[in-house]
Ligand binder design. Structure first.
Ligand SMILES: *[C@@H]1O[C@H](CO)[C@@H](O)[C@H](O)[C@H]1NC(C)=O
Ligand SMILES: *[C@@H]1O[C@H](CO)[C@@H](O)[C@H](O)[C@H]1NC(C)=O
Ligand SMILES: *[C@@H]1O[C@H](CO)[C@@H](O)[C@H](O)[C@H]1NC(C)=O
Ligand SMILES: *[C@@H]1O[C@H](CO)[C@@H](O)[C@H](O)[C@H]1NC(C)=O
Ligand SMILES: *[C@@H]1O[C@H](CO)[C@@H](O)[C@H](O)[C@H]1NC(C)=O
Ligand SMILES: *[C@@H]1O[C@H](CO)[C@@H](O)[C@H](O)[C@H]1NC(C)=O
Ligand SMILES: *[C@@H]1O[C@H](CO)[C@@H](O)[C@H](O)[C@H]1NC(C)=O
Ligand SMILES: *[C@@H]1O[C@H](CO)[C@@H](O)[C@H](O)[C@H]1NC(C)=O
Ligand SMILES: *[C@@H]1O[C@H](CO)[C@@H](O)[C@H](O)[C@H]1NC(C)=O
Ligand SMILES: *[C@@H]1O[C@H](CO)[C@@H](O)[C@H](O)[C@H]1NC(C)=O
Length: 319
């Protein structure tokens, strides 16, 4: 009951924000959540006309992207066309989403954006189903750009009780994940980990950058998101900060990511002096069932929290 009314309240919140801006976002586009922003003409991108060259090019590039079966690392970047009719498209799946599921997710996103929500817009971006995938296209180059907007933030209604301790654990977790993600290669910049927080409750974290970003760009994007956590969502038990170039999420007592969908690529040049037997991955803390978090905290529980949504549009700002 309380949950329901709060949900509607949050939704009203969003709608109000949306009317102030010409971009749009939406939750509960049933059956699954789809968040999206259509570019507005203030950004100089504008609309294309049906059956124009841009229309054809967009269809071509999105068909190529969503039907590609060769790429198995969840990052698709394609262009098609010439001059002002050139279309740039990016598809990115969360690191635990398998290629089949990834394609499927991107296909749904494509249909939603081009046929329904951002019809005839030259530029659009959408995240489908808990950020399982992001689809993005434009008539400007969007590769290699660190873009922190448009973005949406979500947070849990529940607050930590031991605030200082909780915030410190979360900050350390996210900093560790950032370090790991930014050192990824141009196919994958993704990291997950869990730690034991106050009350022995496990905190699960995930960060991901568009892999075509450089390490410092990835770092920069995530630094801003981590900073944002303490502004928008201080001491919240679960938070998501979702941007075009990077994405961050943590939850308390709710494991929301699966095993990585593809193995990390081998490190470029293992130093000969290193022993063959590698030490276990240690840059971030992991925590199994057996350690620390005993009993009922990690099971499905009331802590799988309804997320309140609020959003912030900082229009297509390049950094
Ligand atoms: C583009 O299309 C949208 C929706 O049809 C409309 O609201 C908007 O004004 C159009 N923009 C331009 C520049 O024509
Ligand atoms: C676009 O092209 C299709 C197929 O050629 C045609 O059926 C449709 O009527 C055209 N639409 C417009 C608005 O011109
Ligand atoms: C948008 O996505 C939803 C959820 O998968 C789907 O039911 C709907 O048909 C899609 N819209 C279009 C136009 O494909
Ligand atoms: C959580 O904390 C925020 C800000 O500190 C406060 O506005 C909110 O009411 C708190 N929520 C609950 C459920 O106590
Ligand atoms: C697409 O991304 C891959 C991997 O990051 C990169 O090697 C390639 O140059 C990119 N292609 C384009 C057209 O940007
Ligand atoms: C956390 O777990 C440890 C070992 O299981 C236990 O000794 C400790 O009392 C627990 N702390 C809290 C706050 O529950
Ligand atoms: C991203 O792709 C571009 C080609 O569009 C390439 O020049 C650049 O080196 C790539 N960046 C990284 C970090 O791989
Ligand atoms: C976690 O569990 C897995 C399999 O159960 C095991 O391989 C791994 O070593 C464990 N990690 C830690 C840190 O205990
Ligand atoms: C944790 O425990 C659950 C249930 O006991 C089990 O299904 C799961 O495989 C365990 N995970 C690890 C990493 O050991
Ligand atoms: C879960 O934890 C609570 C509080 O520690 C305890 O009262 C309850 O009995 C536990 N439930 C189970 C199934 O262990």
């Amino acid at each position: 009951m309380a949950v329901l009314s709060l949900r509607s309240l949050s939704f009203v919140c969003c709608l109000l924000l949306i009317t102030n801006f010409t971009t749009q976002a939406s939750a509960d586009n049933s059956p699954q959540n789809f968040f999206y922003f259509c570019d507005d003409h203030n950004n100089g991108r504008g609309n294309y006309t049906v059956n124009s060259t841009y229309d054809t090019n967009l269809n071509t590039v999105l068909s190529t992207l969503t039907s590609n079966t060769e790429i198995d690392y969840g990052f698709y970047n394609f262009t098609y066309g010439e001059n002002t009719d050139k279309v740039y498209a990016i598809g990115l799946c969360r690191g635990d989403v398998k290629p089949d599921e990834c394609r499927n997710c991107l296909q749904h996103s494509r249909a939603n954006l081009t046929q329904q929500l951002c019809r005839n817009r030259k530029e659009a971006i959408g995240w489908y189903e808990d950020e399982k995938c992001m689809l993005r296209y434009s008539d400007r180059s969007i590769f290699n750009l660190n873009e922190i907007g448009p973005a949406y933030f979500m947070w849990s209604m529940l607050n930590a009780t031991q605030v200082d301790q909780f915030n410190k654990v979360v900050k350390d977790l996210l900093d560790g994940l950032k370090t790991k993600a930014k050192s990824g290669d141009s196919q994958s910049k993704y990291a997950t980990a869990s730690v034991s927080g106050p009350d022995n409750r496990t905190i699960y974290g995930l960060v991901q950058c568009t892999p075509n970003l450089s390490g410092p760009q990835c770092d920069d994007c995530l630094v801003q998101s981590i900073k944002e956590v303490s502004h928008c969502c201080n001491s919240r038990l679960g938070v998501r900060i979702v941007r075009p170039s990077c994405n961050l999420r943590f939850e308390t007592a709710s494991l929301f990511y699966g095993t990585p969908a593809y193995p990390p690529s081998p490190s470029p040049s293992p130093s000969p002096s290193q022993p063959l037997l590698m030490p276990p991955p240690s840059s971030t803390v992991t925590n199994n069932n057996s350690s620390g978090d005993k009993g009922n905290a990690s099971g499905p529980s009331v802590d799988i929290i309804p997320l309140l949504l609020l959003l912030l549009c900082s229009f297509f700002i390049s950094v």
